[in-house]
Design a protein around this ligand. Sequence first.
Ligand code: CA
Length: 180
Amino acid sequence: MVMGETTGQIKVIVARGKSLVVRDFKSSDPYVIVKLGNQTAKTKVISSCLNPVWNEEFSFSFSDPAEVLKLEVFDKDLFKADDKMGHAQLSLQPLVAAARLRQILGVTTNGNAAVTTITDEMTLRKVIPEDDNCLAADSTINCVNGEIVQNVWLRLCDVESGEIELTTKLIYLPPALPSK
Ligand SMILES: [Ca+2]
């Protein structure tokens, strides 16, 4: 951990898209804009593809409580404004909460060998699709080689079809706020 650090850091991997909508004649040229607070990142454009693979990684800083991660998908066009292909969002709080839990339990383990806690490879938490999230399927938060990782398929809103697969990884957890 970095001393004096007040914000956390996460890595967002935009993995791929599935069944995206047609915005040109037969296909689209999709790219994704990812936003967290006032930070913005953009994937490359993949030409003529409705099931694109990006596998691009971005880092964002965040504080606790974390802002909501927002995604917008567009079809790149050369001679007119890019067309919308839907949007989605993901709450980072389950990832942050899982990391906090691991931190707390990790500290306990050091002083008490009898307590069985989190191993290097296990599922910490499951997040299920609900009305107030964009999940297309159950999402798990896992501890993988000591890193807290969430894999998720997000269903795009305001569009006929399309899903985006993301992986979020916690790089650095901000200090917990003092309790009031
Ligand atoms: Ca296009």
